[in-house]
Design a protein around this ligand. Structure first.
Ligand code: AMP
Length: 395
């Protein structure tokens, strides 16, 4: 696996695929620069070697050259975060881009205009990838968030750098940390899978069953399991057509010696709202017309016990509707238990969309071992897929 340290960038131009698809407010200001900060170590290391950086990214999903998706909006923030003046190149391919890149010297950073101004990018067009490839001596992929896409700048372009291609520091550490759970884990290993739907997590569960000792199931998806086992779930979220599948997972887990932990009690509500009336009920005896929106206090204790006795933890998906403070307690209790386990030496990885949002909202980011930056990419890795953006560097 080639990384930055396999190259000396002195006098070289690094063409770096970053994921600067950052959120902007109505005045086009960057509201969360985490993705820019995440790429900083790679960029700084290349500059310190004496190289220059040509950054390429997409922003949003523009149709044609819509100005609101121009990377000009992020130039200032990028310069501030990196501590170096960043120059925008008004196009990402063609004469302007090639001329600007050839005039760029050591220590300089260029930011190419939105890759998705060209539909060839998402189509994985070879000619477009070849044009991009003219803009650097060494190709560096540091965009984990798009590593699951077969786009021109994430996968196809690597063919034009048969020797001179490598992972950036961010992408390398994503791979390393996910491998700590999937391939080199210290036992016992617990996976906490929550969120709304069984259907979106099924492939992950099937892939990890061989690698874990405990499977904690929380969130809306737990009710499909509870109902499938004959429980009364009131009007809680359920996927009727996934009940067979839920029973099949429980059977597979048993055969593989994995202990499955489902909630035993729930905070139930008479409406999906912050003003709802609530009470605690047994998970399999929920009153008609009431829905489970969080795990109950007994479940919190049971889940925490499993977490505190594990040496490796994977957390994907909240165990309740954490966006409403009334139903956030289970997710916070779980976060606290994971933080305590981490402090005692357990490796904890959090990833995939909403659990990352929960971790940020409740300030657990620094209390877990690693928070993955790639939502869809992380989920696909957990599903056992080889990501095209990673494979292209390995080939
Ligand atoms: P996912 O994107 O599949 O990880 O699902 C995350 C979403 O699941 C969050 O928006 C939560 O509000 C939601 N969720 C968690 N628990 C429940 C529940 N008991 N009922 C309905 N939605 C839930």
């Amino acid at each position: 696996m080639k990384t930055l340290s396999d190259f000396n960038f002195n006098g070289k131009k690094a063409l770096i695929r970053v994921d600067f698809n950052v959120p902007l407010n109505e005045s086009f200001e960057v509201t969360d620069a985490s993705r820019i900060e995440a790429a900083k170590p790679t960029i700084i290391k290349i500059l310190e070697d004496g190289g220059s950086c040509v950054l390429m990214s997409h922003l949003g999903r523009p149709k044609n050259r819509e100005e609101r998706f121009s990377l000009k909006h992020i130039v200032k923030k990028t310069s501030d975060v990196l501590g170096v003046n960043v120059r925008l190149v008004e196009d990402c391919v063609g004469q302007i881009a090639e001329d600007t890149v050839s005039s760029c010297g050591s220590g300089e950073i260029l930011l190419l205009e939105n890759l998705r101004y060209y539909e060839e990018e998402t189509k994985g067009d070879r000619d477009f990838a070849e044009q991009l490839s003219k803009l650097g001596d060494i190709y560096v992929n540091d965009a984990f968030g798009t590593a699951h896409r077969v786009h021109a700048s994430t996968a196809i372009i690597a063919d034009f750098f048969p020797e001179n291609k490598c992972f950036g520091l961010l992408l390398a550490s994503e791979i390393e940390n996910i491998n700590k759970v999937l391939n080199n884990s210290v036992k016992p290993v617990a996976a906490i899978i929550g969120g709304a739907k069984v259907s979106s997590k099924i492939t992950i569960i099937e892939n990890i069953l061989d690698k874990i000792d405990h499977l904690i199931i929380g969130g809306g998806m737990a009710f499909t399991f509870v109902k499938a086992q004959g429980g009364k779930i009131g009007s809680s979220l359920v996927e009727e057509d996934k009940q067979e599948l839920a029973l099949e997972i429980l059977k597979q887990a048993k055969e593989k010696g994995v202990s499955v932990h489902l909630p035993t009690d729930a905070i139930v509500a008479d409406a999906f709202s912050e003003e709802a009336n609530t009470k605690i009920e047994e998970i399999n005896a929920i009153s008609d017309g009431w829905m489970g929106l969080d795990v109950g206090p007994r479940t919190n204790e049971e889940f925490s016990n499993v977490v505190l006795n594990s040496k490796t933890i994977l957390w994907n998906g909240p165990v309740g509707v954490f966006e409403l403070s009334k139903f956030a307690e289970g997710t916070i209790a779980l976060g606290n238990a994971i933080a305590e386990a981490t402090e005692a030496g357990t490796f904890s990885l959090v990833g995939g969309g909403d659990s990352v949002a929960a971790v940020k909202q409740f300030n657990f980011t620094d209390k877990v071992s690693y928070v993955s930056t790639g939502g869809g990419a992380m989920l696909e890795m957990l599903e056992g897929k080889t990501l095209p953006g990673i494979q292209a560097i390995l080939d």
